[in-house]
Design a protein around this ligand. Structure first.
Ligand code: 1HN
Length: 362
């Protein structure tokens, strides 16, 4: 839809707007073109959080508040275009969480789905519905909607991870519920690794009923170790053709269905060979990237309605985070072999028939 020029309201028009305003009525024709834009015009903007800059603030937060007092000691990665909304994109939340030796982040559950991606340190754990999973850098851990979860650190050093949640989506739907556990830590009901033994070996229990799963619509496998993901990517990088847009990119799956790991958040890991200069692509799902290994840069472009283009260059290294908003063109470059974790709202776009993707030659 092109925006025809509608002059500023005057005379009888403005009088009508003023008179009906107290009756909660407003004219569609003044906002139609914003409501139905010809292409996504996100208020979300490309941004990067360099770990070297964020880490000192995180460690300072460790000196002024305990994990228990904070409930979750997290610095929110707030999109510069969405300040005050606790949002990294219009639909997603991201934060960096710190847990110090001996600390506990108490047990609770909520309608929001969460993922953890481990950034620094080893030996803390997340417990999900009575089973602990020890954290190592690069591990991907789920706490699906309405599952009990708490975190603890029995290791000698600080542990930091990236939290990804669907908070803005659940807020938009007014579907948020939450409950605190009766004790700070859940009782351990199963030995560590039992969910991996059941679902992580390309096999599944005969009796698995996805509809009766305590993980609901999410994967019953809740911890995806980095070494397994990395090994797969490294092998494909060596032995298979490299995708000109993505390098080698895989999505994390629910092994019981082959679908997404959670209904609202999709997660991915990719490896880019040294010297990779990716072709440009854009997609409707806005994505958050966490750099695991290697260095490179992202060229992000946004085409404005007046035909002009804005461009960002984000130089990244290990433990940096950056966000690529919906329908922004992304080109990835790697100077040395790079591994990138990312998550987005792709399952929502896909389920609603709204997913669009363009792979460009540029
Ligand atoms: C939450 O439960 C966690 O469990 C982290 O670690 C961040 C942000 C908002 C609401 C709940 C966690 C969160 C959160």
């Amino acid at each position: 839809m092109n925006a025809p020029h509608i002059p500023a309201p005057a005379g009888a028009r403005q009088a009508l707007y003023d008179d009906m305003h107290p009756h909660n009525l407003t004219p569609l024709w003044e906002s139609l073109h914003q409501l139905v834009p010809p292409q996504p015009a996100s208020p979300c903007v490309p941004a990067i959080w360099r770990y070297d800059e964020a880490r000192p603030f995180l460690m300072r937060s460790g000196e002024i508040i305990t994990a228990e007092e904070a409930v979750r000691r997290v610095l929110i990665l707030e999109n510069p275009g969405l300040r005050g909304q606790s949002a990294v994109t219009q639909s997603l939340y991201a934060g960096l969480q710190l847990i110090l030796p001996g600390e506990v982040a108490p047990s609770h559950r909520h309608a929001q789905s969460a993922l953890r991606f481990i950034i620094e340190g080893s030996g803390a754990f997340t417990a999900v519905n009575g089973e602990r999973s020890t954290m190592h850098p690069g591990d991907f851990i789920l706490t699906p909607s309405w599952t009990w979860h708490d975190h603890g650190n029995e290791a000698p050093g600080p542990v930091v991870w990236l939290d990804g949640l669907d908070i803005p989506t659940v807020r938009f739907l007014d579907a948020g519920f939450a409950e605190n556990g009766s004790a700070a830590q859940q009782q351990v009901l199963r030995s560590e690794g039992s969910n991996f033994a059941r679902y992580g070996a390309n096999m599944a229990p005969l009796a698995h009923d996805p509809l009766a799963s305590p993980h609901g619509m999410s994967s019953p496998l809740f911890s995806y170790p980095y070494e397994r993901s990395r090994e797969a990517l490294e092998r494909l990088l060596r032995d298979a053709p490299i995708d000109p847009w993505d390098g080698v990119k895989l999505r994390y799956v629910n092994p019981a269905t082959g679908g997404w790991t959670m209904p609202t958040i999709g997660a991915f890991m990719q490896m880019l060979p040294a010297g990779f200069a990716g072709k440009p692509y854009r997609q409707t799902d806005g994505a958050v990237f966490s750099v695991v290994e290697g260095h490179g840069h992202a060229i992000i472009e946004r085409s404005e309605r007046d035909g002009s283009t804005r461009q960002w260059r984000l130089d990244f290294g290990p433990r940096d985070h950056f966000v690529v908003p919906s329908w922004h063109t992304l080109r990835l470059h790697a100077s040395d072999t790079a591994v990138l974790f990312s998550f987005s709202d792709r399952p929502i776009h896909s389920a609603l028939g709204l997913l669009r993707e363009q792979r460009l030659e540029g």
